[in-house]
Design a protein around this ligand. Sequence first.
Ligand code: SF4
Length: 378
Amino acid sequence: MAKVNYQPYQPKTILNTQKHGDGGWFWGKYSASPYIGCQWGCVYCYCRDEKYNPHKKLPAEKAAQLDDPFSQYIKIKTNAPELLRKALAKKSKDLIYLDCYQPVDSKYRMGEKLLKVCYDLGFPVFINCKSPLLLEDLGLLKKIKRKSHLNIGWSIITARDDKTRSIFEPKAPPVATRFAAMKKLSQTGIITGTVFMPILPFIYDNAEDIENVVRSTKEAGGQYVLDGGLTLWGYCGTYFYKALAKYDSGLVSKYKELYNDNRCFHEYTKQVHELVLKYCRKYKVIPYIPRPVSFYPAKLRKNKEVAAHLYLEAREIQLSGQGGYREWAYRKGAWALDEMSTNIVEIYQQEGKDGIKKIKGIGDKLADKIVLILENKI
Ligand code: SF4
């Protein structure tokens, strides 16, 4: 493995708060990462993009010595646990997304320290992970599960540990060890499953590969498969295309054709998602992450549940290639419900559908949908 430079430092903040959370996907409202850069060095990683990596301005002379600064120059936020404790103490309880387990964590143990903060303050956690290193903190993970909520999603792009995978995930742990770790977690009753992202076009998007991922998830006790496509924004795209050309230069033009034609791209996304849905039905695996609501105040739980329906509908519209106005209508409706402090059931009981239509962002059709949800008809 190439030499890695470690740079400890003390930032001023660590917690990111999303205005609306990532409804329909991981359900995170907050996120925190104790490291910048990732030693696993997946070539498709969207975190390579400067947009997600604003602190990482590597001195030019250092960058010139490294093949891949993103995976070879890791900044460590040594004050991460204290910063997180201080920040979460002022926040309302909601799901926090963590992704800490890379080799440097064996030394700094930030995964364990951040989890301890979440446990102490009773914050529910979602972890997206590629490394069985996480199992070293199993005792603490079980405690979080008992006290608030825990879900561990395994980042997996194929069930095959072959030469192709090692091109796109050159340093990440074998997939077999990820499924083995998933099995261990599922045996303890921890919610776990597969984050099947990104499904690489023309490489892992065929029926056989997709079925293998869903089946392996089921066999490992995973409850869900959450699929998503590849994004090629900014530097992330530049880096990916270089690796793709080395793998198979003929694919570069196929990718460009796909990514430059919106209609083709939406049709393609739809076909791949339909395959995932087909195999999820076959193996009885949920094709999304169910929203946890138990940690919200009792009077808001129904709002969150109804909002979850709308978020998931928005995600389905997006993945069916028909995003646009309808998708946004659902998303805005979900945001409105998520931010409301009045119980939607009370509104419906007192004023019926008219009361629901008074909620900002909810029109006639969406109100009909919400009524059906409230009456358990969908
Ligand atoms: S493990 Fe995750 S964060 Fe790390 S390089 Fe791979 S995709 Fe990026």
